[in-house]
Write a protein that binds this ligand. Structure first.
Ligand SMILES: Nc1nc2c(ncn2[C@@H]2O[C@H](COP(=O)(O)OP(=O)(O)OP(=O)(O)O)[C@@H](O)[C@H]2O)c(=O)[nH]1
Ligand SMILES: [Mg+2]
Length: 444
Protein backbone atom coordinates (compact mmCIF):
# COMPACT_ATOMS: atom_id res chain seq x y z
CA UNK A 1 0.00 0.00 0.00
CA UNK A 2 1.25 3.44 -0.86
CA UNK A 3 1.66 5.50 2.32
CA UNK A 4 -0.48 8.61 2.40
CA UNK A 5 1.65 11.77 2.50
CA UNK A 6 1.31 13.46 5.85
CA UNK A 7 -0.09 16.69 4.39
CA UNK A 8 -3.01 14.84 2.90
CA UNK A 9 -4.10 13.67 6.33
CA UNK A 10 -4.54 17.23 7.49
CA UNK A 11 -8.08 18.18 6.65
CA UNK A 12 -8.24 21.68 5.32
CA UNK A 13 -11.04 23.00 7.44
CA UNK A 14 -12.36 26.31 6.20
CA UNK A 15 -11.44 29.10 8.61
CA UNK A 16 -14.16 30.93 10.45
CA UNK A 17 -14.64 34.42 9.02
CA UNK A 18 -15.00 37.45 11.24
CA UNK A 19 -16.09 41.05 10.84
CA UNK A 20 -14.50 43.48 13.30
CA UNK A 21 -16.35 46.43 14.76
CA UNK A 22 -15.10 49.29 16.87
CA UNK A 23 -16.27 52.48 18.50
CA UNK A 24 -14.08 55.53 18.14
CA UNK A 25 -14.43 57.73 21.21
CA UNK A 26 -13.04 61.23 21.25
CA UNK A 27 -10.43 60.85 23.98
CA UNK A 28 -9.24 57.36 23.12
CA UNK A 29 -5.48 56.79 23.42
CA UNK A 30 -5.32 54.75 20.21
CA UNK A 31 -6.51 55.71 16.77
CA UNK A 32 -9.37 53.42 15.82
CA UNK A 33 -7.60 52.16 12.69
CA UNK A 34 -4.56 51.13 14.75
CA UNK A 35 -6.73 49.50 17.40
CA UNK A 36 -8.63 47.53 14.74
CA UNK A 37 -5.35 46.56 13.10
CA UNK A 38 -4.22 45.05 16.38
CA UNK A 39 -7.58 43.36 16.86
CA UNK A 40 -7.12 41.81 13.41
CA UNK A 41 -3.74 40.41 14.47
CA UNK A 42 -5.27 38.95 17.62
CA UNK A 43 -8.06 37.43 15.54
CA UNK A 44 -5.61 35.82 13.14
CA UNK A 45 -3.77 34.39 16.13
CA UNK A 46 -6.79 32.18 16.82
CA UNK A 47 -6.98 31.05 13.18
CA UNK A 48 -9.96 33.17 12.24
CA UNK A 49 -9.94 35.10 8.98
CA UNK A 50 -10.78 38.79 9.11
CA UNK A 51 -13.06 39.77 6.23
CA UNK A 52 -13.64 43.39 7.13
CA UNK A 53 -13.86 46.05 9.80
CA UNK A 54 -16.34 48.79 10.54
CA UNK A 55 -16.15 51.61 13.04
CA UNK A 56 -18.32 54.38 14.36
CA UNK A 57 -17.52 57.70 16.03
CA UNK A 58 -19.46 57.99 19.28
CA UNK A 59 -19.04 59.78 22.60
CA UNK A 60 -19.31 56.39 24.25
CA UNK A 61 -20.55 52.94 23.21
CA UNK A 62 -24.34 52.54 23.05
CA UNK A 63 -25.64 50.80 26.18
CA UNK A 64 -27.90 48.34 24.40
CA UNK A 65 -25.98 47.40 21.27
CA UNK A 66 -22.44 48.90 21.54
CA UNK A 67 -22.76 50.57 18.11
CA UNK A 68 -25.82 52.55 17.05
CA UNK A 69 -28.92 51.17 15.36
CA UNK A 70 -27.91 52.30 11.89
CA UNK A 71 -24.48 50.71 12.26
CA UNK A 72 -26.04 47.45 13.41
CA UNK A 73 -28.16 47.45 10.26
CA UNK A 74 -25.09 48.20 8.14
CA UNK A 75 -23.26 45.26 9.73
CA UNK A 76 -26.25 43.07 9.11
CA UNK A 77 -26.33 44.10 5.45
CA UNK A 78 -22.64 43.26 5.03
CA UNK A 79 -23.35 39.65 5.91
CA UNK A 80 -24.24 38.69 2.37
CA UNK A 81 -21.29 40.28 0.59
CA UNK A 82 -18.65 39.45 3.20
CA UNK A 83 -20.00 36.13 4.37
CA UNK A 84 -18.82 36.51 7.96
CA UNK A 85 -19.82 34.00 10.61
CA UNK A 86 -18.98 36.03 13.65
CA UNK A 87 -18.57 39.64 14.72
CA UNK A 88 -15.84 40.77 17.11
CA UNK A 89 -16.10 43.98 19.12
CA UNK A 90 -12.96 45.98 19.85
CA UNK A 91 -14.01 46.55 23.49
CA UNK A 92 -15.39 44.39 26.24
CA UNK A 93 -19.15 44.07 25.74
CA UNK A 94 -21.61 43.92 28.58
CA UNK A 95 -23.50 40.64 28.73
CA UNK A 96 -26.65 42.36 27.49
CA UNK A 97 -24.88 44.10 24.59
CA UNK A 98 -23.55 40.75 23.53
CA UNK A 99 -26.94 39.09 23.81
CA UNK A 100 -28.78 41.90 22.01
CA UNK A 101 -26.29 41.92 19.17
CA UNK A 102 -26.42 38.16 18.77
CA UNK A 103 -30.19 38.38 18.55
CA UNK A 104 -30.27 41.14 15.93
CA UNK A 105 -27.33 39.93 13.86
CA UNK A 106 -28.25 36.30 14.23
CA UNK A 107 -24.63 35.21 14.57
CA UNK A 108 -21.95 34.65 17.16
CA UNK A 109 -20.65 37.86 18.76
CA UNK A 110 -17.33 37.93 20.57
CA UNK A 111 -15.57 40.76 22.34
CA UNK A 112 -11.93 41.76 22.77
CA UNK A 113 -11.73 40.20 26.21
CA UNK A 114 -13.18 36.89 25.04
CA UNK A 115 -10.74 36.89 22.14
CA UNK A 116 -7.70 37.59 24.32
CA UNK A 117 -8.84 34.86 26.71
CA UNK A 118 -8.94 32.50 23.74
CA UNK A 119 -5.39 33.45 22.73
CA UNK A 120 -4.19 32.92 26.29
CA UNK A 121 -5.95 29.55 26.47
CA UNK A 122 -4.02 28.41 23.39
CA UNK A 123 -0.70 29.63 24.75
CA UNK A 124 -0.76 28.43 28.35
CA UNK A 125 1.69 25.56 28.77
CA UNK A 126 2.38 25.13 32.46
CA UNK A 127 -0.04 23.83 35.06
CA UNK A 128 -0.14 27.24 36.69
CA UNK A 129 -0.64 29.05 33.39
CA UNK A 130 -3.55 26.82 32.47
CA UNK A 131 -5.21 27.25 35.85
CA UNK A 132 -4.86 31.02 35.62
CA UNK A 133 -6.41 31.14 32.16
CA UNK A 134 -9.27 28.87 33.15
CA UNK A 135 -9.97 31.02 36.18
CA UNK A 136 -10.12 34.14 34.03
CA UNK A 137 -12.37 32.39 31.52
CA UNK A 138 -14.80 31.18 34.15
CA UNK A 139 -14.95 34.59 35.77
CA UNK A 140 -15.66 36.07 32.37
CA UNK A 141 -18.47 33.59 31.77
CA UNK A 142 -20.06 33.83 35.19
CA UNK A 143 -21.85 37.21 34.90
CA UNK A 144 -22.85 36.34 31.38
CA UNK A 145 -24.62 33.27 32.69
CA UNK A 146 -25.99 35.08 35.72
CA UNK A 147 -27.63 37.84 33.76
CA UNK A 148 -29.07 35.38 31.30
CA UNK A 149 -30.50 33.48 34.22
CA UNK A 150 -32.01 36.61 35.82
CA UNK A 151 -33.51 37.52 32.50
CA UNK A 152 -35.14 34.12 32.18
CA UNK A 153 -36.31 34.01 35.75
CA UNK A 154 -38.17 37.27 35.29
CA UNK A 155 -40.19 35.61 32.57
CA UNK A 156 -40.71 32.65 34.83
CA UNK A 157 -42.19 34.86 37.55
CA UNK A 158 -45.19 35.30 35.21
CA UNK A 159 -46.84 32.06 36.21
CA UNK A 160 -46.58 29.30 38.71
CA UNK A 161 -44.95 26.18 37.44
CA UNK A 162 -43.07 27.94 34.68
CA UNK A 163 -39.70 26.94 36.06
CA UNK A 164 -38.51 25.31 32.89
CA UNK A 165 -35.67 22.90 32.44
CA UNK A 166 -33.66 25.70 30.81
CA UNK A 167 -33.54 27.71 33.95
CA UNK A 168 -32.67 24.75 36.13
CA UNK A 169 -29.86 23.98 33.74
CA UNK A 170 -28.49 27.51 34.00
CA UNK A 171 -28.81 27.49 37.74
CA UNK A 172 -26.84 24.30 37.98
CA UNK A 173 -24.33 25.59 35.40
CA UNK A 174 -23.77 28.53 37.67
CA UNK A 175 -23.31 26.31 40.67
CA UNK A 176 -20.89 24.12 38.75
CA UNK A 177 -18.87 27.10 37.60
CA UNK A 178 -18.83 28.46 41.13
CA UNK A 179 -17.50 25.14 42.40
CA UNK A 180 -14.86 24.97 39.70
CA UNK A 181 -13.73 28.55 40.43
CA UNK A 182 -13.32 27.67 44.11
CA UNK A 183 -11.38 24.52 43.18
CA UNK A 184 -9.02 26.38 40.84
CA UNK A 185 -8.41 29.13 43.36
CA UNK A 186 -7.51 26.49 45.90
CA UNK A 187 -5.11 24.79 43.47
CA UNK A 188 -3.58 28.12 42.56
CA UNK A 189 -3.00 29.03 46.18
CA UNK A 190 -0.87 25.86 46.52
CA UNK A 191 1.10 26.76 43.41
CA UNK A 192 1.52 30.30 44.68
CA UNK A 193 2.82 29.15 48.06
CA UNK A 194 5.37 27.07 46.23
CA UNK A 195 6.35 30.00 44.01
CA UNK A 196 6.65 32.28 47.03
CA UNK A 197 8.97 29.77 48.75
CA UNK A 198 11.09 29.72 45.63
CA UNK A 199 11.19 33.50 45.58
CA UNK A 200 12.09 33.72 49.25
CA UNK A 201 14.92 31.29 48.65
CA UNK A 202 16.03 33.40 45.74
CA UNK A 203 16.01 36.50 47.93
CA UNK A 204 18.30 34.78 50.42
CA UNK A 205 20.86 34.27 47.70
CA UNK A 206 20.70 38.05 47.27
CA UNK A 207 20.96 37.84 43.50
CA UNK A 208 19.01 40.83 42.20
CA UNK A 209 16.25 40.30 39.65
CA UNK A 210 15.84 42.25 36.42
CA UNK A 211 12.46 41.76 34.77
CA UNK A 212 11.92 42.05 31.04
CA UNK A 213 8.69 43.95 30.57
CA UNK A 214 7.07 45.26 27.44
CA UNK A 215 4.31 45.13 24.92
CA UNK A 216 3.54 41.77 23.39
CA UNK A 217 5.81 40.97 20.43
CA UNK A 218 8.39 43.60 21.46
CA UNK A 219 11.19 41.02 21.56
CA UNK A 220 11.54 40.12 25.26
CA UNK A 221 11.97 36.37 24.75
CA UNK A 222 14.34 36.87 21.81
CA UNK A 223 16.55 39.01 24.03
CA UNK A 224 16.45 36.43 26.83
CA UNK A 225 17.39 33.72 24.35
CA UNK A 226 20.25 35.75 22.91
CA UNK A 227 21.60 36.39 26.39
CA UNK A 228 21.14 32.97 27.92
CA UNK A 229 20.27 30.47 25.22
CA UNK A 230 17.13 29.81 27.29
CA UNK A 231 15.29 28.40 24.27
CA UNK A 232 12.06 30.24 25.12
CA UNK A 233 9.52 30.30 22.30
CA UNK A 234 9.95 33.60 20.47
CA UNK A 235 7.65 34.17 17.53
CA UNK A 236 6.10 36.85 15.44
CA UNK A 237 2.85 36.26 17.26
CA UNK A 238 0.97 38.08 19.98
CA UNK A 239 1.34 36.51 23.40
CA UNK A 240 3.95 33.92 22.45
CA UNK A 241 4.99 33.86 26.12
CA UNK A 242 2.62 33.34 29.03
CA UNK A 243 4.66 31.50 31.59
CA UNK A 244 7.61 33.16 33.28
CA UNK A 245 11.16 31.96 32.72
CA UNK A 246 14.15 33.05 34.80
CA UNK A 247 17.83 32.63 33.95
CA UNK A 248 21.00 33.84 35.58
CA UNK A 249 23.36 36.06 33.61
CA UNK A 250 26.60 37.81 34.49
CA UNK A 251 26.68 41.54 33.87
CA UNK A 252 29.73 43.43 32.63
CA UNK A 253 31.63 44.07 35.84
CA UNK A 254 31.03 40.53 37.02
CA UNK A 255 27.80 40.88 38.94
CA UNK A 256 25.15 38.14 38.60
CA UNK A 257 21.55 39.01 37.94
CA UNK A 258 18.43 36.89 37.46
CA UNK A 259 16.67 37.81 34.26
CA UNK A 260 12.95 37.09 34.10
CA UNK A 261 10.84 36.96 30.96
CA UNK A 262 7.09 36.95 31.34
CA UNK A 263 3.75 37.68 29.71
CA UNK A 264 3.62 40.75 27.49
CA UNK A 265 1.12 43.56 27.84
CA UNK A 266 -1.50 44.81 25.43
CA UNK A 267 -3.73 47.84 25.23
CA UNK A 268 -6.95 47.28 27.19
CA UNK A 269 -5.61 44.17 28.92
CA UNK A 270 -8.72 42.67 30.54
CA UNK A 271 -8.64 43.31 34.29
CA UNK A 272 -9.68 39.74 35.04
CA UNK A 273 -6.56 38.57 33.24
CA UNK A 274 -4.39 40.87 35.29
CA UNK A 275 -6.10 39.50 38.39
CA UNK A 276 -5.74 35.89 37.31
CA UNK A 277 -2.09 36.41 36.34
CA UNK A 278 -1.21 38.35 39.45
CA UNK A 279 1.08 35.58 40.69
CA UNK A 280 2.95 35.46 37.38
CA UNK A 281 3.12 39.23 37.31
CA UNK A 282 4.47 39.22 40.86
CA UNK A 283 7.77 38.36 39.21
CA UNK A 284 7.77 41.95 38.00
CA UNK A 285 7.02 43.31 41.45
CA UNK A 286 9.94 41.37 42.89
CA UNK A 287 12.42 42.85 40.45
CA UNK A 288 14.99 45.48 41.41
CA UNK A 289 15.19 46.84 37.88
CA UNK A 290 12.83 46.69 34.91
CA UNK A 291 14.13 46.34 31.37
CA UNK A 292 11.45 47.86 29.17
CA UNK A 293 11.78 46.19 25.78
CA UNK A 294 10.15 48.24 23.06
CA UNK A 295 9.86 47.64 19.32
CA UNK A 296 10.84 51.13 18.18
CA UNK A 297 9.96 50.29 14.59
CA UNK A 298 6.30 49.59 15.38
CA UNK A 299 4.05 52.39 14.10
CA UNK A 300 2.38 52.51 17.52
CA UNK A 301 5.57 52.36 19.58
CA UNK A 302 4.62 55.49 21.63
CA UNK A 303 1.15 54.13 22.42
CA UNK A 304 2.60 50.72 23.26
CA UNK A 305 5.17 52.27 25.59
CA UNK A 306 2.45 54.28 27.32
CA UNK A 307 0.28 51.16 27.71
CA UNK A 308 3.19 49.37 29.40
CA UNK A 309 3.74 52.27 31.81
CA UNK A 310 0.02 52.29 32.64
CA UNK A 311 -0.14 48.54 33.30
CA UNK A 312 2.96 48.79 35.49
CA UNK A 313 1.20 51.48 37.46
CA UNK A 314 -1.82 49.20 37.90
CA UNK A 315 0.51 46.49 39.17
CA UNK A 316 2.17 48.93 41.58
CA UNK A 317 5.51 48.43 39.84
CA UNK A 318 5.83 51.92 38.38
CA UNK A 319 8.26 53.00 41.10
CA UNK A 320 11.09 50.75 39.93
CA UNK A 321 14.13 51.96 38.04
CA UNK A 322 13.62 51.31 34.34
CA UNK A 323 16.18 50.78 31.61
CA UNK A 324 14.77 51.18 28.10
CA UNK A 325 15.82 48.58 25.55
CA UNK A 326 14.99 50.33 22.26
CA UNK A 327 14.73 47.14 20.30
CA UNK A 328 14.76 46.04 16.66
CA UNK A 329 17.03 48.87 15.52
CA UNK A 330 18.42 46.46 12.90
CA UNK A 331 15.02 46.84 11.26
CA UNK A 332 14.99 50.63 11.05
CA UNK A 333 14.48 51.82 7.51
CA UNK A 334 15.21 55.57 7.35
CA UNK A 335 12.72 55.96 4.48
CA UNK A 336 9.91 54.46 6.55
CA UNK A 337 10.83 55.24 10.14
CA UNK A 338 13.08 58.27 9.97
CA UNK A 339 16.10 58.29 12.26
CA UNK A 340 16.42 56.55 15.60
CA UNK A 341 16.47 59.97 17.28
CA UNK A 342 13.15 60.86 15.66
CA UNK A 343 11.63 57.57 16.80
CA UNK A 344 12.90 58.05 20.35
CA UNK A 345 11.68 61.65 20.56
CA UNK A 346 8.08 60.39 20.35
CA UNK A 347 8.45 58.06 23.34
CA UNK A 348 7.32 58.77 26.91
CA UNK A 349 10.81 58.34 28.37
CA UNK A 350 11.46 60.14 31.64
CA UNK A 351 14.41 62.48 31.49
CA UNK A 352 17.48 60.91 33.02
CA UNK A 353 16.32 57.37 32.27
CA UNK A 354 18.96 55.07 30.82
CA UNK A 355 18.32 53.87 27.28
CA UNK A 356 20.13 51.55 24.89
CA UNK A 357 19.28 51.09 21.21
CA UNK A 358 19.68 47.35 20.67
CA UNK A 359 18.83 44.43 18.48
CA UNK A 360 17.88 41.47 20.61
CA UNK A 361 17.93 39.34 17.48
CA UNK A 362 21.48 40.14 16.34
CA UNK A 363 22.89 41.01 19.75
CA UNK A 364 23.82 44.50 18.56
CA UNK A 365 24.60 46.82 21.51
CA UNK A 366 23.29 44.33 24.06
CA UNK A 367 26.45 44.79 26.21
CA UNK A 368 25.59 48.49 26.45
CA UNK A 369 22.12 47.57 27.71
CA UNK A 370 23.60 45.27 30.33
CA UNK A 371 26.01 48.00 31.40
CA UNK A 372 23.00 50.27 31.95
CA UNK A 373 21.31 47.58 34.06
CA UNK A 374 24.50 47.22 36.04
CA UNK A 375 24.67 50.99 36.58
CA UNK A 376 21.06 51.05 37.87
CA UNK A 377 21.80 48.23 40.30
CA UNK A 378 24.88 50.01 41.54
CA UNK A 379 23.07 53.24 42.13
CA UNK A 380 20.39 51.29 44.03
CA UNK A 381 23.17 50.09 46.29
CA UNK A 382 24.43 53.61 46.83
CA UNK A 383 22.51 55.51 49.45
CA UNK A 384 23.00 59.24 49.81
CA UNK A 385 22.06 61.40 52.80
CA UNK A 386 19.17 63.73 51.99
CA UNK A 387 16.69 66.15 53.42
CA UNK A 388 13.24 66.04 51.95
CA UNK A 389 10.50 68.60 52.39
CA UNK A 390 7.31 67.09 51.08
CA UNK A 391 4.15 69.23 50.89
CA UNK A 392 1.10 67.59 52.46
CA UNK A 393 -0.53 67.48 49.04
CA UNK A 394 2.20 65.08 47.89
CA UNK A 395 2.02 62.77 50.89
CA UNK A 396 2.32 59.72 48.61
CA UNK A 397 5.99 60.66 48.32
CA UNK A 398 6.35 60.20 52.09
CA UNK A 399 5.14 56.61 51.72
CA UNK A 400 7.60 56.11 48.87
CA UNK A 401 10.43 57.47 50.98
CA UNK A 402 9.60 54.89 53.64
CA UNK A 403 9.47 52.19 51.00
CA UNK A 404 12.72 52.82 49.16
CA UNK A 405 14.76 54.85 51.62
CA UNK A 406 15.87 54.93 55.24
CA UNK A 407 14.22 57.49 57.50
CA UNK A 408 16.31 58.95 60.35
CA UNK A 409 14.00 61.70 61.59
CA UNK A 410 10.58 62.89 60.49
CA UNK A 411 8.92 66.22 61.43
CA UNK A 412 5.68 67.84 60.46
CA UNK A 413 5.96 71.58 59.88
CA UNK A 414 3.81 74.12 58.10
CA UNK A 415 5.44 73.54 54.73
CA UNK A 416 4.94 69.80 54.95
CA UNK A 417 6.73 66.67 56.12
CA UNK A 418 10.46 67.08 56.68
CA UNK A 419 12.47 63.87 56.48
CA UNK A 420 16.16 63.49 57.19
CA UNK A 421 17.40 60.18 55.94
CA UNK A 422 18.95 58.35 53.02
CA UNK A 423 17.74 57.50 49.56
CA UNK A 424 19.21 55.21 46.90
CA UNK A 425 20.86 57.41 44.31
CA UNK A 426 18.72 55.83 41.59
CA UNK A 427 15.54 57.00 43.33
CA UNK A 428 16.43 60.67 43.70
CA UNK A 429 14.77 61.85 40.49
CA UNK A 430 11.33 60.75 41.50
CA UNK A 431 11.39 63.13 44.48
CA UNK A 432 12.32 65.97 42.18
CA UNK A 433 12.74 69.38 43.82
CA UNK A 434 11.41 68.08 47.15
CA UNK A 435 14.67 66.47 48.04
CA UNK A 436 18.12 67.94 48.55
CA UNK A 437 21.30 65.94 48.82
CA UNK A 438 23.02 67.00 52.02
CA UNK A 439 26.55 66.55 50.86
CA UNK A 440 25.84 69.25 48.32
CA UNK A 441 25.38 71.64 51.20
CA UNK A 442 21.68 72.33 50.71
CA UNK A 443 19.59 71.74 53.79
CA UNK A 444 15.98 72.45 54.58
N1 LIG B 1 14.28 42.46 13.30
C1 LIG B 1 14.20 42.11 14.56
N2 LIG B 1 13.22 41.29 14.97
C2 LIG B 1 13.16 40.96 16.28
C3 LIG B 1 14.09 41.46 17.23
N3 LIG B 1 13.77 40.96 18.44
C4 LIG B 1 12.66 40.20 18.26
N4 LIG B 1 12.29 40.18 16.97
C5 LIG B 1 11.15 39.45 16.38
O1 LIG B 1 9.96 39.92 16.98
C6 LIG B 1 9.03 38.86 17.14
C7 LIG B 1 8.59 38.78 18.58
O2 LIG B 1 9.66 38.41 19.39
P1 LIG B 1 9.46 37.74 20.81
O3 LIG B 1 10.83 37.64 21.42
O4 LIG B 1 8.64 36.52 20.74
O5 LIG B 1 8.63 38.89 21.53
P2 LIG B 1 8.06 38.90 23.02
O6 LIG B 1 8.24 40.29 23.52
O7 LIG B 1 8.65 37.82 23.83
O8 LIG B 1 6.51 38.66 22.74
P3 LIG B 1 5.37 37.97 23.64
O9 LIG B 1 5.94 36.77 24.28
O10 LIG B 1 4.33 37.72 22.66
O11 LIG B 1 4.96 39.02 24.65
C8 LIG B 1 9.75 37.61 16.65
O12 LIG B 1 9.36 37.37 15.33
C9 LIG B 1 11.21 37.99 16.72
O13 LIG B 1 12.00 37.29 15.79
C10 LIG B 1 15.13 42.34 16.74
O14 LIG B 1 16.00 42.80 17.48
N5 LIG B 1 15.12 42.61 15.42
MG1 LIG C 1 7.80 36.23 24.72
Amino acid sequence: MVPIPHEMLVTNQPKERALLMGVETRNADWRITDALEELARLTETVDVEVVGAVSQKLDHPIAATYVGKGKVEEIKDLRESLGYELVIANDELTPSQQRNLEKVLDCKVLDRTGLILDVFARRARTHEGRLQVELAQLEYRMPRLTRMWTHLSRQAVGGVGLRGPGETQLESDRREIGKRIAFIKDQLSHVHTHRQLYRDRRKQTRTPVAALVGYTNAGKSTLLNTLTGAGVLAEDQLFATLDPTTRKITLPGGRDVLLTDTVGFINNLPTMLIAAFRATLEEINEASVLIHVLDVTHPNAPEQAQTVLTVLEELGADDKPMVWALNKVDQIDPEVHGSLDELVARLPIESGALTAPISGATGYNVPQLLAAVSAELESLDRFVPVTAVIPYADSALVDQFHKVGRVDTIDYVERGTVIHGQLPEAELTRFGAHVAVESEGITA
